[in-house]
Design a protein around this ligand. Structure first.
Ligand code: AMP
Length: 539
């Protein structure tokens, strides 16, 4: 029997309309590219979004057109999210840290017709202009006073476009499966691959995120997304915050520890979201000042495995850590490490054991782990294999890339994450490694994450990475690359002895290399590909 309920298409525009009505005065605060802080509310933002939607339609933007953004986390970028998707066009966020070659590839692959660009990134587009379509329009995300002299053609000023437009719009209706936004993963090999989200997947992801982080996702809470709007929709934050009435504090272009500390301190940020490398900078600043920023209570860490020492540092400061795992292809949240009330009674060290794991699945994401023959492995916390996922917020296909799609999907329609993991009987996921980062030494697997975690707990190690290097006897051996803490005389013997106390003998690297900093990927993770190239991996 068919149920008798209305079926209204889920639309992104309705999120902001709801925020405008229910959480009118919740704030959006942005560090601007031009200098200074900009303050606004969901109420005022919704008006500007409608104007920008009209402006885009006046420019001829139609349903399905791809409109790119190349911008920091700020209020205009947020407005574009809603204006572009609201009229049924596709908001294609470009990661400005991609190489020129990758950027040209994705602009052309996505067939963008307009690029909205922050002042900072105008020179990048000037250098690429001969490799992208000549008829491309550029909207410079600033006001008339700050418009640059530029060699780009077809240039428009964001604030001037708004001025000329009406703030009334009837948001168009279209099926909820309509494409809403597009994000390319900065693949470590081959060309980037596009995840094309829908209005439906985005709204469902927002509802899931809203119930999965109840401490953060509440009216009155102030959230700092250091995770960029150009990387998987800032982990969905731009869509969840207006639903729940949380205020957003956008850091703009200043992402160093000192700037983040000052912004959090002055804006009373409770919950901060980002990858581990960002938090190393903030912890350094907290250490220098001997205190945490005012109001700081929670840090959501994802994108790479969080080292145990980082969880300990934050928890010792009374900042609660929630470790989350996900992927661009998953909108992105897959699991989160919130503990249950029953865990409150555990001693601190056991709570930290749990927090270092990647957590339990969120509603709407199914997980399965399979061995090399495709058989499911037991959920015993030990048996590991490749992690597959299924759900309404996960891609069914890569955008215009059938080869990548068929390589990623299994015969039952699950998406292969490329991560190697275990699940325990309580549903906690542990990512052992990226499949390609695992080290196989003398026939035994070594998890680079385990070795890194242990090395990070040495008092002289500020950051580190472990990679496989070729070895004539063992095939591969782990190499430890360490950034020492400032003013420490690094001692390889002491670090290796520390590892030997805690790891099996064959897991301990034979050598340590000291470096000033580790290379990062476009999304701020340690680039093991670059390290492998540098230290001589052959495969
Ligand atoms: P991206 O799509 O660029 O965000 O990268 C997704 C990949 O990042 C995942 O497949 C994992 O390999 C890695 N990743 C994300 N979150 C975590 C985490 N909490 N722990 C370990 N690896 C992670």
């Amino acid at each position: 029997m068919k149920g008798m309920m209305m079926h209204r298409p889920l639309r992104i525009a309705d999120i902001l309309t709801f925020g405008e009505e229910a959480h009118r005065d919740a704030e959006i605060i942005s560090v601007t590219v031009e200098g200074g802080i900009h303050r606004t509310t969901y109420g005022k933002t919704a008006v500007r979004v409608r104007k920008m939607a009209n402006a885009l339609q006046n420019l001829g933007v139609k349903l399905g057109d791809r409109i790119a953004t190349l911008a920091w986390n700020g209020y205009r970028h947020f407005e574009l999210y809603y204006a572009i998707s609201g009229i049924g066009a596709v908001c294609h966020t470009i990661n400005p840290r991609l190489s020129a070659e990758q950027m040209v590839y994705i602009i052309n692959h996505a067939e963008d017709s307009v690029i909205c660009v922050d002042l900072t990134f105008v020179p990048i587009l000037e250098s690429l202009k001969d490799q992208i379509p000549a008829e491309m329009k550029f909207i410079i995300m600033t006001d008339q006073d700050h418009m640059p002299d530029t060699s780009l053609k077809h240039v428009l000023c964001y604030e001037e476009l708004l001025k000329a437009c009406d703030s009334n719009i009837e948001w168009p209706e279209f099926p909820e499966e309509t494409a809403s936004s597009l994000c390319y993963t900065s693949g470590t090999t081959g060309n980037p691959k596009g995840s094309l989200y829908t209005h439906r997947s985005t709204v469902l992801h927002s509802l899931t995120a809203g119930i999965s982080f109840p401490e953060t996702m509440r009216a009155g809470v102030r959230i700092l997304p250091v995770v960029p709007l150009f990387h998987v929709n800032a982990w969905g934050l731009a869509y969840v915050a207006p639903l729940v009435g949380a205020s957003i504090i956008f850091p703009g272009p200043h992402l160093d520890g000192k700037s983040i500390f000052d912004l959090m301190d002055s804006e009373n940020v409770f919950s901060a979201w980002g990858v581990p490398t960002v938090w190393l900078g903030l912890l350094g600043e907290i250490n220098n000042r001997g205190r945490i920023p005012k109001g700081f209570g929670e840090v959501i860490i994802g994108g790479s495995a969080v080292p145990r020492s980082m969880v300990e540092s934050f928890e010792n400061l009374d900042v609660s850590v929630c470790h989350a795992w996900g992927m661009t292809e998953m909108s992105p949240i897959g699991t989160n490490g919130r503990l249950s009330p029953i865990h409150a009674r555990l001693p601190m060290s056991e709570k930290i054991d749990l927090k270092v794991k990647q957590g339990r699945r969120v509603y709407g994401v199914e997980l399965k782990i399979v061995d090399d023959s495709g058989n499911r492995v037991p959920h015993d916390g030990v048996s590991n294999g490749e992690l597959y996922v299924r759900g309404n917020m996960i891609i069914s296909d890569y955008y215009n890339n059938p080869e990548a799609t068929s390589a990623a999907m299994d015969s039952e329609g699950w998406f292969g994450t490329g991560d190697v993991a275990t699940l325990d009987s309580n549903g906690f996921l542990t990512i052992t490694d990226r499949a390609k980062d695992l080290i196989k030494s003398g026939g035994e697997w070594i998890s680079s994450i385990d070795v890194e975690n242990m090395a990070m707990s040495h008092e002289h190690v500020s950051n580190c990475a472990v990679i496989a290097i070729p070895d004539p006897k063992w095939d591969e051996r782990p190499l430890l690359i360490v950034v020492p803490k400032p003013e420490q005389e690094p001692d390889p013997k002491s670090i290796l002895a520390h590892l030997a106390k805690n790891l099996a003998k064959w897991q301990v690297p034979d050598d340590v290399v000291f470096v000033e900093s580790l290379p990062l990927t476009a999304t701020g993770k340690v680039s093991k590909l670059t390290l492998r190239k540098e230290y001589g991996e052959t495969n």
